[in-house]
Design a protein around this ligand. Structure first.
Ligand SMILES: *Cc1c(COP(=O)(O)O)cnc(C)c1O
Length: 255
């Protein structure tokens, strides 16, 4: 079992630097520019203090997978000058009745896995007079245990989202299978890139109004982010390699 590690400010700073360097090297191997890839530091289960350390090191994009924990962290950093320009990303499974707590507060919802959820985001966004940017979550490997549309369902789902005036589909997201061998996910990443390029060409994925590179492709975690970057990721979601191992038992907030 993994044990929780509480890293120092210096360790978090050096981890961020190391992950950015690995992103840059993977970008170079693929002939891409390193600033085409946004590092989303996944701070779930970690204390706000760790987020503060990352902010001090210049990190500006943070991912969380539980609505309540995300909102607590947003609240903590809301008025703090050192958090100027921070972007919060919802990356976990989202229930429709929680949508109202996120709309207007997060920069991007990565994990839209049903059309009904997109419709709920539409409803809340219209109420607040905002446009919410989203990704469709794709279950690339068809894993039973995972949320998301199948590759085949993606186009119809994107078409349905296109009809929602307060929801903007800017790309796709996946969590590839957990593996010891990141190479085994290369084919999935490549297939998702092809799918997103196709939907973009058809106008079903549209340019971001929040400055995100489009079509946005959110793929790659601690175990496989370099392969994901080589295959076209524009956002990688990295937790463990930045903040250390997580201990879910210590998590105070579950939903
Ligand atoms: C936890 C999580 C991550 C980060 O995982 P690590 O392996 O710690 O980098 C990325 N994406 C999602 C959706 C997650 O829930």
């Amino acid at each position: 079992m993994e044990t929780e590690t509480n890293l120092s400010a210096e360790e978090i700073r050096s981890n961020l630097q190391c992950v950015e360097q690995r992103i840059a090297a993977a970008s170079a191997r693929a002939g891409r520019r390193p600033d085409d890839v946004t590092l989303v530091a996944v701070s779930k289960t970690k204390p706000a203090e760790d987020v503060a350390f990352a902010l001090a090191a210049g990190q500006r994009h943070f991912g969380e997978n539980y609505v309540q924990e995300l909102n607590e962290k947003i609240r903590i950093f809301e008025e703090r000058p050192e958090a100027e320009g921070v972007h919060w990303h919802m990356i976990g499974h989202l229930q429709r009745n929680k949508v109202k707590y996120l709309v207007g507060r997060v920069s991007l919802i990565h994990s839209v896995d049903t059309v009904a959820l997109a419709e709920q985001i539409e409803k809340e966004s219209a109420k607040k007079g905002v446009v919410t940017e989203i990704l469709l979550e794709i279950n690339v490997a068809g894993e039973e245990s995972k949320w998301g549309f199948s590759m085949e369902e993606a186009k119809d789902a994107a078409g349905a989202v296109k009809a929602l005036p307060h929801v903007r589909l800017i790309g796709l997201m996946t969590s590839a299978p957990y593996t010891e061998d990141p190479e085994s996910n290369r084919g999935y990443f490549r297939a998702l890139k092809a799918l997103s390029d196709g939907l973009y060409a058809e106008g079903l994925i549209v340019p971001s109004g929040n400055g995100f590179r489009t079509p946005a492709l959110s793929m790659g975690m601690t175990g496989d982010f370099e392969v994901a970057v080589e295959e076209g990721a524009t956002m990688v979601r990295v937790g463990t390699a930045v903040f250390g191992a997580r201990n879910y038992a210590d998590q105070k907030v579950i939903q």
